[in-house]
Write a protein that binds this ligand. Structure first.
Ligand code: DX5
Ligand code: ZN
Length: 226
């Protein structure tokens, strides 16, 4: 049976109370903390860097899932590895040498993943599967929270799931499949049914009054999809 993980994105948290927001969402039952790093270069927005990650680390008893939307990526990989990230993912378009960047993450003892934009084909995964612990499919164009889920992603999730399942049969190793953008209680079931196992949710959780209730509702939808 699939283990489903919910990864609240603190992009939609109250930045003036970030430590408290992290503690609250962990207490509400989050499985991973999704940390969206934007540089106003790879994406047209600017968020937070490794110093904020290091500051939040003691407030966070769950793994930190760092989503790098920065270009270039290698120096940030090194800094986030030191700052306490557990999973580090980046966009292949943002690295001149994708295999080398993935190796940097693995050599630092962290879990590694590639992030595919809505228009990025899944064949970029094929030659680096042995380096991957996670694939992150964007279901919106990166840069902002609160956008609508792009329906074509469902079909892409199914194709990616098939690729990862085939790899699992050959290697015995399971690669997680995460989906990011516009995920809510109303669509998380179909995202899971398409083959995702890890769900980023920013605005759906942080714009609600009761984080625990949203996470419980999401888990109830996931239980139906299983
Ligand atoms: C977008 C980010 C997402 C974003 C998701 O570039 O990668 O993680 O925070 O936000 P929602 O869940 O509001 O679409
Ligand atoms: Zn993200």
């Amino acid at each position: 049976m699939t283990t489903y993980r919910i990864a609240p994105s603190i992009l939609s948290a109250d930045f003036a109370r970030l430590g408290e927001e992290v503690r609250n969402v962990v207490a509400a039952g989050a499985d991973l903390l999704h940390f969206d790093v934007m540089d106003n270069h790879y994406v047209p927005n600017l968020t937070f860097g490794p110093m904020i990650c290091a500051a939040l680390r003691p407030h966070c008893s769950i793994p930190i899932d760092v989503h790098l939307m920065v270009e270039p990526v290698d120096e940030m990989i090194n800094q986030f590895a030191k700052a306490g990230a557990d999973i580090i993912t980046f966009h292949p378009e943002a690295s001149r040498h994708v295999h080398r960047s993935l190796s940097l993450i693995k050599d630092a003892g962290k879990q590694a993943g590639l992030v595919l934009n809505p228009a990025t084909p899944i064949h970029v995964l094929e030659d680096v599967l042995d380096k991957l612990d996670m694939v992150l499919l964007m279901s919106v164009n990166p840069g902002f929270g609160g956008q609508s889920f792009i329906p074509h992603t469902l079909e892409k999730i199914r194709r990616t799931r098939a690729l990862l399942d085939k790899y699992q049969v050959q290697s015995g190793r399971r690669i997680a499949l995460e989906v990011d953008g516009g995920v809510k209680t109303s669509n998380i079931g179909e995202v899971a049914a398409a083959g995702a196992d890890t769900f980023v949710a920013g605005s759906a959780i942080f714009n609600a009054d009761d984080y625990a209730r949203v996470i419980q509702e999401m888990r109830a939808e996931l239980a139906k999809a299983a």
